[in-house]
Design a protein around this ligand. Structure first.
Ligand code: NDP
Length: 301
């Protein structure tokens, strides 16, 4: 038996279509156009690619995109004053500050300066606290994407054993909390976990967010488990002619895992495309809440 391939590209396309439908509805029924502001400080090439992609997809969904590109040398005070302006701009429903920031800036202070209701990355301390106490919050995009894919595949997640490997603030911890809020029995594994294969072997759901290429082996999995691979790792592989090329792989050894798992996300084309789709979904949620409208349930938690 080969696992069902959970196609994140396809699913992200469906989420974007749902977002576009909601934008059309907000425009025609309420006269509101959701707006997302993205702030980029400096010239980091990967960040520039992400910001361009976010802007393009925001516009394609019918929303307003506001891009603010600041010089690498910009002072923290100037960045904070831009955030303050965006916080007070009624046309802006979501604010995202692209990370990492230049070294002279305090990332935590900058993130916590964003109005929590506009914090579409879900990193503000108030949103972290609200998620962890099961209150309405903005949820970090990557774990939200994983959850939407899991819900789509399983329906009800209640009572399932879930193992999240990784305890970062942006993926592992919020993912574990989301699964707990869905009434899964959740284990968080990390670099000090003893006998990881044994821990993973008891899980109906495995979410890998480690950053170690193809670390998780198929024979560690429980038969039929659902595997969500968040890892994005660039490795070098040799061509037949001896030349070397780069390849993207996940944290899970896909070839061995697909023989045991019931369902699995590929890398690339799994969780990756869901992150921006969920950023757009979060902007809809923020826009609806700002206007006293119940946000669509299928685009959030
Ligand atoms: P971090 O480096 O912040 O966290 C990695 C976690 O993995 C840590 O908690 C660490 O444990 C744990 N870990 C490291 N080695 C082991 C091991 N041998 N066994 C078990 N656990 C281990 O990474 P992120 O959470 O930021 O990202 C994880 C992966 O997800 C990366 O590949 C990243 O590129 C990818 N990613 C993908 C996104 C997307 O698809 N859009 C978005 C964000 C991330 P400890 O805490 O003990 O050190």
């Amino acid at each position: 038996m080969t696992a069902t391939r959970l196609d994140g590209k396809l699913f992200a396309g469906r989420v974007r279509e749902r977002v576009a439908d909601e934008v059309t509805k907000l425009k025609s029924e309420q006269g509101i156009t959701p707006g997302l502001a993205v702030v980029l400080v400096g010239e980091d090439p990967a960040s520039q690619v992400y910001v361009r992609s976010k802007g393009k997809q925001t516009i394609e969904a019918g929303m307003n995109s506001y891009e603010h590109k600041l010089d690498e040398q910009t002072s923290e005070a100037d960045l904070l004053s831009l955030i303050d302006r965006l916080n007070n701009d009624a046309a802006v429903h979501g604010i995202l500050v692209q990370l990492p920031l230049p070294k002279h800036m305090n990332e935590t202070a900058v993130i916590n300066a964003i109005a929590p209701a506009k914090d579409v990355d879900g990193f503000h301390i108030s949103n972290v606290g609200r998620l962890n106490t099961s209150q309405k919050s903005m949820v970090p995009c990557t774990p939200l994407g994983c959850l939407l894919m899991l819900r789509d595949h399983h329906g009800d997640l209640s009572g399932l054993n879930a193992v999240v490997i990784g305890r970062s603030n942006i993926v592992g911890k919020p993912m574990a909390q989301l699964l707990l809020n869905e009434s899964c029995t959740v284990t968080i594994a990390h670099s000090r976990t003893k006998d990881l294969p044994d821990v993973i072997g008891r899980a109906d759901i495995v979410v890998a967010a480690v950053g170690r290429p193809e670390m998780i082996q198929g024979d560690w999995l429980k038969k039929g488990a659902t595997v969500i691979d968040v890892g994005i790792n660039r490795i070098e592989v040799q061509n037949a002619d001896g030349t070397v090329k780069n390849r993207l792989v996940g944290d899970v050894d896909y070839a061995s895992a697909e023989k045991i798992a019931g369902a699995i996300t590929p890398v690339p084309g799994g969780v990756g495309p869901m992150t921006i789709a969920c950023l757009l979904a979060n902007t809809i949620t923020a826009c609806c809440r700002a206007n006293g409208i119940e946000p669509p349930k299928d685009l959030g938690v």
